[in-house]
Design a protein around this ligand. Structure first.
Ligand code: BG6
Length: 449
């Protein structure tokens, strides 16, 4: 499927990539750009300026994506801590802009370590590279707690307005995540029962089979709560819990409703931690990061509640962990049973094999009156073929100024508010940290099998 089938809807763009030769760019950005450029004719629409400190050539930087990106990409060497270099960058961009039929927008993408982001933004601002035609495309983490996130937001605010800032949470851009809003908004049989009257509990699971993949410096100061729970899992929860939109394609409304859902989620009171907060670390992690005293969690599970009357009394379980038995992200919605009927489970599978599954009870054929649980399922790929990757969506939607796939500053703060008591408690004691064997199932990690 070609996501840029309407190239005409894309504004001409210069994409400036800070740190183009880094790991983030290789893993996510370049493959997505290569896919976009080979699927669509963006000549005259998109120019990529890859900024790097090192003396590398296009072949080395683009690697397997050379063929698809060569004509669009130029490398540019600069020192990111030199104010003068930003003035020269400004001239360079003005020169590049002349090749476009109309003045292009400039998107600055940061594939650099988190600590380098704010200094670059300040330099850009001071060099006047923050006009209305500029945008920032930022990767998480957005702070490490509520205070630091607020400070970061305030600092960025000094140079760029909120509508110029696109904070990536690539889970929001996954196809199934985008479908949640449509699924609930457009299917009356679910829309009408999407509340505590019919739903027993909701579980959102994001298991990963990989470990920390050599990202020691990043992960040691981060952990599963900050890396995954604050962003990906809380955003998925917000999509599930938000009031269904009356116009499912009202992209302005979606972030507002996600925010309301996040604001309704209640921080867990300290006396309720046992049973509602669980953290663990996989065995071998201390060796991997060469720190015998580390208490960084690689697995976390929280049970939240919403103050919205729609979700009164419905536990919302969020679980994520690394080095588990499989990679699987899914949203499980358990419906209530009635005195006469059994309960049904709805699964919205985010990855892999994106799709929807419902457990239904049927009568077994034959003379006996026996029930059997069967699945009614729909798989995206079977129906639509290849799905656009989340990063492709992120790039295209930032180009066309669609903010709905990005986290607003208010959403970022709302999610840190939910987690702050847990962060505060963990900073004082790590007595509750448990350990698990690599390859365990979630139930094994949580000690329920
Ligand atoms: C990133 C996290 O945001 O998402 C990583 O920092 C994690 O720790 C990754 O592995 C998972 O993304 P995906 O799309 O592979 O599920």
């Amino acid at each position: 499927m070609n996501i840029v089938s309407k190239e005409a809807s894309l504004s001409p763009t210069i994409l400036v990539v800070f740190g183009i030769s880094g790991d983030l760019s290789h893993r996510f950005l370049l493959p997505a750009l290569a896919q976009i450029c080979s699927a669509s004719n963006l000549t005259g629409k998109l120019s990529i300026l890859g900024v790097s400190r090192q003396n590398k050539n296009l072949e080395e930087v683009l690697g397997p994506h050379l063929q698809s990106l060569r004509t669009q990409t130029e490398l540019y060497k600069m020192n990111l801590s030199e104010a003068e270099d930003y003035r020269q960058l400004k001239e360079k961009l003005a020169g590049l802009g002349k090749d476009f039929p109309q003045p292009p927008q400039i998107i600055f993408y940061f594939a650099v370590p988190p600590a380098a982001v704010l200094p670059i933004i300040r330099h850009l601002g001071k060099a006047g590279l923050n006009g209305d035609h500029t945008k920032l495309l930022l990767e998480k983490p957005f702070g490490t707690d509520w205070n630091s996130a607020k400070e970061l937001i305030d600092q960025i605010d000094k140079h760029y307005s909120e509508d110029q800032v696109y904070r990536i949470d690539h889970y929001l851009a996954k196809q199934m995540a985008q479908n949640i809003t449509v699924f609930l908004g457009s299917n009356a049989i679910f829309r009408n029962v999407w509340n505590s009257g019919f739903i027993e509990e909701i579980e959102i699971v994001a298991a990963e089979a990989i470990g920390i993949e050599g990202r020691i410096g990043f992960y040691e100061g981060t952990g599963a709560l900050r890396d995954f729970m604050q962003s990906h899992l809380l955003q998925l929860a917000a999509l599930v819990l938000m009031e269904p939109c009356s116009d499912i394609f009202d992209f302005e409304e979606i972030p507002r409703r996600r925010l309301a859902a996040l604001e309704a989620l209640q921080p867990i009171p300290a006396d309720k931690f046992p049973g509602r907060v669980y953290r663990a670390q996989y065995e071998g992690y201390t060796k991997e990061v060469n720190n015998p005293a580390t208490t960084t969690e690689t697995f976390v599970s929280l049970t939240l509640e919403s103050s919205n009357f729609r979700w009164e009394g419905v536990p919302i379980h969020l679980v994520t962990g690394k080095n588990l038995d499989q990679k699987l992200t899914e949203i499980r919605v358990q419906f209530k049973k009635t005195s006469a009927s059994a309960s049904n489970l709805l699964i919205l599978r985010v990855q892999p094999r994106e799709g929807i599954e419902i457990d239904l009870w049927v009568k077994e054929p034959g003379y006996e009156r026996k029930l059997q649980k069967l699945k009614l399922s729909f798989a995206y790929e079977q129906h639509f073929g290849r799905l656009p990757d989340a990063y492709e969506m992120v790039i295209v939607d930032s180009m066309r100024s669609n903010h709905s796939l990005f986290a607003s500053s208010a959403e970022v703060l709302a999610s840190w508010r939910i987690l702050q008591p847990v962060l505060d408690s963990w900073s004082m004691s790590s007595d509750d940290l448990k350990f698990y064997k690599p390859g365990s199932t979630i139930d094994q990690v949580m000690g329920s099998v």
